[in-house]
Design a protein around this ligand. Structure first.
Ligand code: DX5
Ligand code: ZN
Length: 219
């Protein structure tokens, strides 16, 4: 079954523990944790201390999406704070430093992900595709929740799914940005197996119904 990773960027930060408990009870698989540094993207969100607090509050899988310049500087601290998977953007540093960041994450026993901005072609993941646990395709200009899904990213998702199958990799394919009950079926059809959704989950009072809708299950 398709995995659902609600993005807590759209949650109420004043009661984050309760928000996460709500999505756990509603059947979510991962907690998607968006980290923005104000440089790699034009917005600032949350960081290591918040992730450490969440780790104490839940046993859910914490999927950290680092929208951060030169993530090699921070990945070990995200691992120590309790992330289960750390995603780094391939655009955020030189290939050597991205490899170093992924090695550090792996050395801590944490899962690795590489992430692509909309303008970055699928080919950019090839140096790491056979070694990562997840590839994340961002389907909005990263930095803000609540934007519209870029349908022109669907061929990129399809290409990546093709490579994962051809090579027999067990890497997951995650899609993030503008995913709602209307765009989720397009992502699933293109080959995504993890869907991130911020507004489509936390913007609704009934989170369980929102998660079911993303899976295509009618209320
Ligand atoms: C965008 C973030 C997304 C965002 C998704 O920069 O990486 O995770 O929170 O939010 P929605 O689902 O509202 O587009
Ligand atoms: Zn994200």
């Amino acid at each position: 079954m398709i995995k659902i990773a609600p993005s807590i960027l759209a949650a109420d930060f004043a009661c984050l523990g309760r928000e996460v408990e709500d999505i756990r009870a509603g059947g979510a698989d991962y907690v998607h944790f968006d980290v923005m540094d104000g440089t790699f993207v034009p917005n600032i969100s949350m960081g290591i201390p918040v992730l450490a607090s969440l780790r104490r509050a839940t046993d859910m899988f914490l999927d950290a999406h680092l929208m951060v310049d030169r993530p090699v500087r921070y990945v070990e601290r995200f691992c120590m704070a309790g992330a289960d998977l750390v995603n780094v953007h391939v655009e955020a540093d030189s290939p050597e430093n991205i490899s170093a960041a992924l090695d550090m994450i792996r050395a801590r026993g944490v899962k690795t992900g590489v992430t692509l901005k909309p303008a970055t072609p699928a080919q950019a993941v090839l140096p790491w595709l056979d070694r990562v646990d997840l590839v994340l395709v961002v389907t909005v200009e990263p930095g803000f929740g609540g934007q519209s899904f870029m349908a022109d990213m669907l061929p990129k998702i399809r290409t990546l799914r093709g490579w994962i199958e051809e090579r027999g990799l067990c890497c997951e394919l995650e899609v993030d940005g503008g995913v709602d009950a209307n765009t989720a079926p397009l992502c699933i059809d293109a080959g995504a197996d993890v869907l991130v959704a911020g507004s489509a989950v936390f913007g609704r009072a009934d989170r369980a119904a929102a998660i079911r809708a993303l899976r295509g299950i009618r209320a």
